[in-house]
Design a protein around this ligand. Structure first.
Ligand code: ADP
Ligand code: MG
Length: 254
């Protein structure tokens, strides 16, 4: 098995409302790898995830994003999604008036369409989604309800992971997927992510806590500060962070 570059970010500079938020950021991720991104509130982690997913509000003023060999710097979020990028939001949105089952099937079929494969009718789709719902220990009633409407914090996060698994994304960006989860939900979600990950895919986990990374072992841990990655190491830095806080990074790189 040869590893392949999945994501390569070169010298990225991003601004919103004329304020630069990401500065000269470089990041390279190969297939089979799990990368954790940590850093204080406001250091730019969610912005980076949204920019990789193609959020239209953020303006790339310099640099390049290469995904799976293609320059995606100026691609729409839909194209990126079809090519295999998935973002699980820190704050999943509610979509009133759209049932979760319809939403998931529409997303699934849009991708099948893009790949010139057959769409699934609602009944065949139910077979697939019911297996996945069972694996992630969600109530099947979550399919009939409107997307995320009235879902608990844990159910919203599970619904994001359900989408990731359904779309079989090649690069999954999970933004604080562990926040607000009870310990059982954290375990189930971690198991689902571990079963999902393989040598052809990559995952970026944005998190504040070692807890998640005890279940899903990252190959690399990046620390962001003021819109840049200021340190990259392995899992051991997470333990140091828990002990000493972000001050540890400042003192170890100076
Ligand atoms: P993190 O996820 O690391 O907590 P964010 O990426 O959410 O950080 O935010 C990084 C910085 O960019 C913060 O100072 C935040 O206020 C600013 N920022 C992010 N999105 C916007 C926006 N839509 N408008 C104005 N400022 C923003
Ligand atoms: Mg954030």
């Amino acid at each position: 098995m040869t590893t392949k570059n999945i994501l390569s970010i070169k010298n990225l500079q991003v601004q919103i409302n004329n304020t630069v938020i990401i500065k000269n950021l470089n990041l390279s991720i190969n297939s089979g790898e799990i990368h954790a991104i940590m850093g204080k509130n406001g250091s730019g982690k969610s912005t980076l995830a949204k920019v990789i997913a193609g959020h239209p509000k953020y303006k790339i003023i310099q640099g390049q994003i290469i995904f799976d060999g293609q320059d995606i710097t100026y691609m729409t979020p839909e194209e990126r999604s079809h090519y295999g990028i998935f973002l699980a939001f820190q704050y999943p949105i509610e979509i009133p008036g759209v049932s979760n089952a319809d939403f998931l099937r529409t997303a699934y079929n849009a991708k099948k369409n893009f790949q010139n494969e057959n769409e699934l009718d609602p009944l065949s789709f139910l077979d697939i989604i019911n297996k996945k719902i069972h694996e992630i220990e969600m109530e099947s009633s979550c399919l009939n309800r409107n997307v995320n409407e009235g879902f608990s914090g844990g159910e919203k996060k599970k619904n994001e992971i359900l989408q990731m698994s359904l779309l079989d994304s090649k690069l999954s960006l999970l933004d604080e997927t562990d926040s607000g989860l009870d310990i059982d939900a954290l375990k189930v979600i971690s198991n689902t992510i571990n079963n999902f990950q393989n040598q052809n895919k990559a995952i970026i986990l944005i998190t504040h806590y070692q807890r998640l990374l005890d279940y899903i072992k990252p190959h690399y841990v990046h620390i962001m500060k003021e819109g840049n990655i200021i340190h990259t190491g392995d899992f051991t830095i997470v333990e140091q962070l828990e002990k000493y806080g972000y001050q540890y990074i400042n003192s170890s790189i100076n």
